[in-house]
Design a protein around this ligand. Structure first.
Ligand SMILES: CC(C)(COP(=O)(O)OP(=O)(O)OC[C@H]1O[C@@H](n2cnc3c(N)ncnc32)[C@H](O)[C@@H]1OP(=O)(O)O)[C@@H](O)C(=O)NCCC(=O)NCCSC(=O)CC(=O)O
Length: 268
């Protein structure tokens, strides 16, 4: 525990972290705008270009490495954020309500920053889909999620948004499961629990609405919570993702209790 406590909470880089707009790498609005525009335009360009096929073994290697990196990183972020919430803030209710005017400094915001950068790394998911030639998997849900989630993380840091510790812990934990699923697929093992991954994703959005309601309650019954405008962004974004994921679930698994036939066909 002391080992984890030092490396995930008390290390000087983590304790002394401070998000300073314009100084911290990636913290300017220009960086965010260029990042999102570049992601969308490169995605659009690559889907219209006929790229030469990449060797299957090389693609498999890149996919496996990418998934391992994101799996491990998601686990570290989840544990780091949980420990920082338990050990660092003055009150446990910071998990839902950070007092107004709290500066974005210290361990919790360090993990919010790592999470923000990890969402940029996740852009490689899109590249992998394009390189694998399965363009039909490049859905509106995928591109909308990847481009908007970076904006959400930026707002968290910029406004010391109250909800982020709860959302970060949940999302990073769900991503441990999701990247384990993708890693297994890349290794040629098609897990039978794909549906479970989607249902955990849907559950996280539903759970986030509960967290948002509790934050509002704290906001209006106490001294207020930081980042109430970010709350509005979060609720619209998560409601839209919930609709898209429920639709994905209906299309992929229908009403049946078993996984879809094409998944069974794909299993070795
Ligand atoms: C089970 C899901 C996680 C994924 O569903 P899909 O139908 O897209 O998955 P699938 O069964 O076709 O995926 C298997 C294929 O993905 C390839 N693959 C491997 N690693 C990958 C990676 N890192 N990114 C994208 N694709 C990858 C495998 O090689 C395999 O290819 P082959 O089939 O050729 O062998 C689902 O719940 C889901 O999220 N669907 C939405 C699509 C999406 O883009 N999700 C991620 C971002 S949204 C998100 O992340 C929300 C959140 O925050 O929780």
């Amino acid at each position: 525990m002391t080992f984890l406590q030092y490396w995930l909470v008390n290390h000087p880089t983590i304790v002394n972290f401070s998000w300073t707009q314009g100084q911290t790498p990636g913290s300017s609005p220009l960086f965010l705008t260029l990042t999102v525009i570049s992601y969308l335009s490169i995605t659009c360009l690559l889907t219209h270009l006929h790229l030469p096929p990449i060797k299957p073994n090389l693609l498999k290697l890149i996919t496996v490495v990418h998934n391992i990196v994101l799996l491990v990183l998601s686990l570290i972020m989840a544990v780091g954020c949980i420990l920082s919430t338990l050990l660092h803030p003055p009150h446990l209710h910071w998990i839902i309500c950070i007092p107004p005017q709290t500066p974005p400094t210290g361990p919790l915001f360090f993990w919010a920053y790592v999470f923000y950068l990890s969402k940029i790394l996740e852009f490689l998911d899109t590249l992998l889909i394009i390189l694998s030639g399965s363009i039909k998997r490049l859905t509106f849900l995928h591109v909308y999620h990847h481009s908007t989630v970076v904006i959400m993380c930026y707002i968290w840091l910029h406004t010391s948004q109250s909800l982020f510790p709860a959302v970060l812990m949940t999302n990073a934990s769900v991503h441990v499961l999701m990247y384990t699923y993708y890693l297994s697929c890349a290794l040629g093992l098609r897990p039978r629990w794909k549906r479970l991954v989607t249902e955990c994703q849907i559950l996280q959005f539903k759970y986030s609405f509960l967290a948002m309601a509790v934050m509002l309650w704290f906001h209006f019954t106490g001294l207020g919570c930081s980042g109430i405008w970010g709350w509005c962004f979060n609720i619209v974004f998560y409601a839209s993702l919930l609709v898209l994921f429920v639709d994905f679930h209906a299309k992929n698994y229908g009403g049946s209790k078993s996984i879809k036939v094409c998944d069974l066909d794909k299993r070795p």
